[in-house]
Design a protein around this ligand. Structure first.
Ligand code: 13P
Ligand code: SF4
Length: 329
């Protein structure tokens, strides 16, 4: 009989089940609700009161009745939650959880570009993906998420041009589905940009009959090989609607598979590998390093300590008007 291998837990190890119990108690003590995006660790999604895509969570946040909201996701999501709920305390497990897309469009550069366009006599509306800072949102006319982009773009008066920021891939895809030409900001998501076309073709060959599902933040060469394109919630509904057990090749952040498996356990889901920019080698780099900053321990800590907190800024007021017009009306 072989003996079990005993591995010492690291000094700072905390049992996830104990952390979950602590979080439950702290939620009651602090009168708090936890919102979690589909890209954060499955164990956080499992203890959250609401899980969803950017659109659903922004709407859910306005229905929360507790004094405190913990937003487990990235900074722009927690910031939007504070903007829509100024009277509530909004906590984020890690203040450094940013977003490469949001960072690709600084407010001062956008303002300068808008000025240039106006000086040259162009009449345009600025449409921003929700993956932007509040300072950028305050300079825009409309905010879209992957879940409502089409319907918002249809609301932009046809006589006006559209400046779409910051995701060039989503913008290009939206030009195609709405037929509206757009001036595109050259931003992109570091996670969706690395999918390897070669690996996708190989995975399709190795899994006959499989379906490729992709987020519209992926570049055109991946979208062209996809059977279904949609934001996280749209993809989840798509796999749920198919009862016949199937294999899906997934071109989005790999943690999304947790939500797929929970909602449609009859299927198999395989992540498509990416290509590491520095070496050109295939990698499992389809995890968002910002979403990965969230952990059960940090959720516990922020509930216990009441920080890090998103603090109200003057320009949130203007961003609020744009967010409410776009997401709630
Ligand atoms: P969704 O709005 O589809 O949830 O996407 C959020 C995101 O950050 C995608 O990278
Ligand atoms: Fe931003 Fe991309 Fe991470 Fe989404 S997956 S939060 S777009 S860096």
């Amino acid at each position: 009989m072989s003996l079990p291998i005993v591995v010492d837990a690291p000094d700072n190890y905390e049992d996830p089940l104990d952390l979950m119990d602590e979080i439950d108690q702290l939620k009651k003590d602090r009168d708090a609700t936890i919102l979690a995006h589909y890209y954060v660790d499955g164990e956080i999604q499992d203890i959250a009161d609401f899980t969803g895509d950017s659109l659903q969570l922004a709407r859910d946040a306005t229905r929360v009745e507790t004094d405190t909201i913990v937003f487990s996701g990235v900074h722009f999501m927690a910031e939007s939650t504070k903007i829509m709920n100024p009277e509530k305390t909004v906590l984020i497990p890690d203040m450094l959880a940013g977003c490469s897309l949001a960072e690709s469009c600084p407010a001062d550069q956008l303002g300068a570009f808008q000025e240039q366009l106006r000086e040259s006599g162009r009449e345009f509306d600025t449409v921003a993906y929700i993956n932007t800072s509040a300072a950028v949102k305050s300079l825009c006319d409309w905010i879209v998420t992957s879940g409502n982009a089409r319907e918002i773009i249809d609301r932009v008066p046809t006589g006006r041009e559209i400046l779409f920021v910051p995701d060039q891939h989503l913008g290009r895809y939206l030009q195609e589905v709405t037929g509206r030409p757009m001036i595109l900001w050259p931003g992109s998501c570091m996670v969706h940009e690395v999918f390897s076309v070669q690996d996708l073709i190989r995975a399709r060959k190795n899994n006959p009959g499989s379906q490729v599902i992709a987020h519209p933040e992926c570049p055109q060469n991946i979208l062209e090989l996809s059977d279904f394109i949609g934001g996280t919630e749209k993809m989840r509904r798509h796999v749920m609607a198919i009862s016949e057990p199937s294999t899906f090749l997934v071109a989005t952040e790999a943690t999304m598979i947790h939500a797929f498996q929970k909602s449609a356990p009859q299927h198999a889901f395989l992540p498509i590998p990416g290509i590491m920019a520095s070496t050109g080698e295939t990698c499992a780099c389809n995890r968002c390093p910002h979403m990965e900053r969230n952990s059960l321990r940090k959720v516990r800590d922020c509930l216990r300590d009441g920080q890090p907190e998103i603090v109200w800024q003057d320009y949130f007021e203007r961003a609020r008007a744009v967010l409410e017009k776009s997401l709630l009306e």
